[in-house]
Each structure stands twice: as structure tokens, then as C-alpha cells.
Design a protein around this ligand. Structure first.
Ligand SMILES: *Cc1c(COP(=O)(O)O)cnc(C)c1O
Length: 430
């Protein structure tokens, strides 16, 4: 099924990237549990190593099971290519690596997954990179933060932890005007709810650990390229536009055109950084994606029911769910994520830090874990866990203050989830 655009999402989530195994006819994508691949002859090997022919060399770079997943995610996102890697955090580094050099910066939203805030505010400094954190509701602030050294703009489509929706069309207008790629983390939305490339994103990154796999079994990540950015328009992206010494002076942008970023990700990124997804993980994620649309519909339906119930509850100060008419982000739902605002939001609990801790300790169906996008409902008190390393100001800016818990609504019976929250809120606020 290579003429992908003619099929609907539900068909593609099962078939894209997969065809019966040429050797055995196996209908399901086999787990190609192999490290290396036999070359036809020495000339074949030389061509593969020169990137003159596409094929399998060594599973740090490419593996057929992983390749099926890459094609499936890229197809669902409407991109030209994808590179899977070992985690969502690996995907973020793999997205930035070809764009960055020491002294360069990225302009990023203050509302990001806690681990991403740490990766961007601390760890990337060791590479000589830096991040400027800006309120992504304020387009003038984004514009003002972009300078001559900025090489990317980064945000989440539906932002963790509050479920706030980013106006991707407005943000991409700013990044386009500056000639800078927009990278969108689409983990919380998934391509079923939001397709960032249609709103101007250059690259889409995923933690496949979450909804794409959907059952909390394996970590993984993916970078999808829209194929739309001209890396050779100026001298800002030499890794992609200038001769690559490790490949006899090959220029990725010139040789691979719209696939330049994807080829670079495999031939340089995975080859030298080695943040590879293994075929077992790819298998679990392929299984998960087959039911993505069905699960997301139920996730959204349950999230609407729970958020509506919580908003009316006297023990709760407020609910941030963008799917509620009261949310200032509700007006962006039809434009950015017309099938629903996801299933991730926060609530402010009366009684602050202590009540939040009691709430998470008294829930029976909800699990207290540092994860989201699982079939089962999850809760976390961000201020004492994922956002613990942040300053009080960073916590507030990220929507993760001491009185806030984040809910990731699963696909169980909504009535059971409401009853569970009811009994635990009673104990928390007694
Ligand atoms: C979990 C998560 C990440 C990091 O992904 P890992 O697979 O845990 O490395 C990045 N962004 C968002 C929005 C996430 O939820």
C-alpha cells in the first residue's frame, strides 16, 4: 500500500508500511531479530555504504520491523519519512542534532513535558546549545525571541501537563517568516487527533511510548519529516546543505531532496549517536497503532465525561481540559484537533499539596505513575515527581504547581473512573 493518500486513517493505521513478508508470506510484520544482513556481493556492500543504494546493513541504522513502523507513523502524520529511535527524548535529540551547532539556540514553549524542560534547560547546554522558553500563546514573544542563532522553534500540539492547545498555524507563520523549522511534539495528540504538518510543522516528534503503543509496554520515539523545508536556502543548516566528509563530500539536501532529513537521521544520526529502536519495541508499537483511532475516540469520550464531572465538583478549583467550553483553548479545538482535545489535563485540588498527595494515594483504578497515554487511567502529582527538579516559577509556567495533579484518562468504564475519583477526593479533602 504505497499510494497511501487514497486510504483513510483507519485503513492506514493497520496497513501502512506493512505487506506480506516476501520470504514467507507472513501476514503480520515479522520481528526481524537480526543484527546484520548478508550483502549480495562486494559491489552491493560498497553501494550500500556509499548511500548509492538503499538497503539493510546493520540494525543500528535500519531494520525491517523498525522500517515498517517508520513508514506507518510517517504516513499517518502525512510526512515523507520517519526515523524511529529508542525513546521520545532520543527523538528530540535526533530532531535537533542536524540543525544545531555550538552557540545555536532553540525557541521553545514554556508548556512542555517536564523531562523536556530539563533536557532543554540543562542537558543540551553541554553541547553548547541553549533554549529560550517563551509563552506560545504570545506570537510577538516568539518572534522577539528568535535571533540569528535560532535554528528551530519547538512546542507540543496538546501540551503536557495541562492539555493546552497550541495554535500551530499562528506559530508556523512566525517560524516561516524567520526561515526556521517548526518542530511539534505530537505525543499527547497523536496523528488521529492532530496532524501538525497540515498546520505548518516541518518536523513532528513522538514519544511512541505513549498513545501510539497505547499499553505501557515499551519506550520508543520517532521523528517524522514533512519534506517541505529547504535546508539549502541559506547557510544556516550546513549538516544538511554542505558536503559531508564522512560520505565523500555528499550533500544530503542536494542528493536526497525532500528525504534529506530522514537520510541524515539514519546515515549520521543513528549511525553515530546510536539511539536505535529495537525490533521488539517496533513490534509492540505496530500492534498498538492498529487500534489507535478506536482507543483515541474512547480516550476523548471518557476525558470529556470526567472533566465535565470534575469541573462541577466543589472539591476541585478548576479543570484545564481544552475540551470543556469554559477553557480559553476550546476555540482552537475545531481548527487544531477537530476529533477531540485529547485525554490529558490537570485539576487544581482544594487543599493544595497535601490534598494532592492524599488523592493519588487513595485512588484504586488510577495508577500513580510517571507516564501517560496508557489504556489504563493514570495520575501524577507533577510538583512532587516529574516537575520536581524545576523552580517554583518553572512549575507554575508549566502548569504544574503544588495544588495540581495531572490525569491521563484511560479507556475503562467512565462511571468506574468517576466513582474512583469521588471516593479518593472525599478522603483527600476530608
Ligand atoms: C513522555 C514524553 C516525552 C519523552 O518520551 P520518552 O519516550 O519518555 O523518552 C516527550 N514528550 C512528551 C509530550 C511526552 O509525554
Amino acid at each position: 500500500m504505497t499510494d497511501a493518500p487514497t486510504y483513510g486513517f483507519d485503513t492506514l493505521q493497520i496497513h501502512a508500511g506493512a505487506k506480506p513478508d516476501p520470504a514467507t508470506g507472513a501476514r503480520q510484520v515479522p520481528i526481524y531479530q537480526t543484527t546484520a544482513y548478508v550483502f549480495r556481493d562486494a559491489e552491493h556492500a560498497a553501494k550500500l555504504f556509499n548511500l548509492q543504494e538503499v538497503g539493510y546493513i546493520y540494525s543500528r541504522l535500519t531494520n525491517p520491523t523498525v522500517a515498517a513502523l517508520q513508514e506507518r507513523i510517517a504516513t499517518l502524520e502525512g510526512g515523507v519519512g520517519g526515523v524511529c529511535c529508542s525513546s521520545g527524548h532520543a527523538a528530540q535529540l535526533m530532531a535537533l542534532f542536524p540543525l544545531m551547532q555550538p552557540g545555536r539556540n532553540i525557541v521553545v514553549s514554556t508548556r512542555l513535558y517536564g523531562g523536556t524542560v530539563t533536557q532543554f534547560s540543562q542537558t543540551i547546554k553541554r553541547f553548547g546549545w541553549s533554549a529560550k522558553f517563551v509563552d506560545f500563546d504570545d506570537m510577538d514573544a516568539i518572534k522577539a525571541a528568535i535571533d540569528d542563532d535560532t535554528r528551530a522553534v519547538f512546542c507540543e500540539a496538546i501540551a503536557n501537563p495541562g492539555g493546552h492547545i497550541t495554535d500551530l498555524d499562528a506559530v508556523s507563520a512566525v517560524s516561516d517568516a524567520a526561515g526556521i523549522p517548526l518542530i511539534v511534539d505530537n505525543t499527547s495528540a497523536t496523528p488521529y487527533l492532530c496532524r501538525p504538518i497540515e498546520h505548518g510543522a516541518t518536523l513532528v516528534v513522538h514519544s511512541t511510548t505513549k498513545y501510539l503503543t497505547g499499553n505501557g509496554t515499551v519506550t520508543g520515539g520517532c521523528v517524522v519529516d514533512s519534506g517541505k523545508f529547504d535546508w539549502a536556502a541559506n547557510d544556516k543548516f550546513p549538516s544538511l546543505s554542505e558536503p559531508e566528509p564522512a560520505y565523500h563530500g555528499l550533500k544530503f539536501a542536494e542528493t536526497f531532496g525532500p528525504l534529506a532529513f530522514t537520510f541524515h537521521g539514519i546515515a549520521i544520526g543513528l549511525r553515530d549517536l546510536g539511539m536505535t529502536m529495537n525490533p521488539q519495541a517496533a513490534h509492540y508499537t505496530l500492534m498498538g497503532i492498529e487500534t489507535l483511532s478506536l482507543r483515541m475516540e474512547r480516550h476523548v469520550e471518557n476525558a470529556v465525561k470526567l472533566a465535565t464531572w470534575l469541573e462541577k465538583d466543589a472539591r476541585v478549583d478548576y479543570v484545564t481540559y481544552a475540551g470543556l467550553p469554559s477553557s480559553p483553548y476550546n476555540k482552537l479545538v475545531p481548527k487544531i484537533c477537530p476529533k477531540g482535545a485529547g485525554a490529558l489535563f490537570t485539576i487544581a485540588v482544594k487543599g493544595g499539596y497535601d490534598a494532592c498527595v492524599k488523592l493519588v494515594d487513595n485512588l484504586e483504578i488510577f495508577s500513580h505513575v510517571a507516564n501517560l497515554g496508557d489504556a489504563r487511567s493514570l495520575i501524577i502529582h507533577s510538583a512532587s515527581t516529574t516537575h520536581r527538579q524545576l523552580t517554583a516559577e518553572q512549575q507554575e509556567a508549566a502548569g504544574a504547581g503544588p495544588n495540581i495533579v495531572r490525569l491521563s484518562i484511560g479507556i475503562e468504564d467512565a462511571d468506574d473512573l468517576i466513582a474512583d475519583l469521588d471516593q479518593a477526593l472525599a478522603k483527600a479533602t476530608a
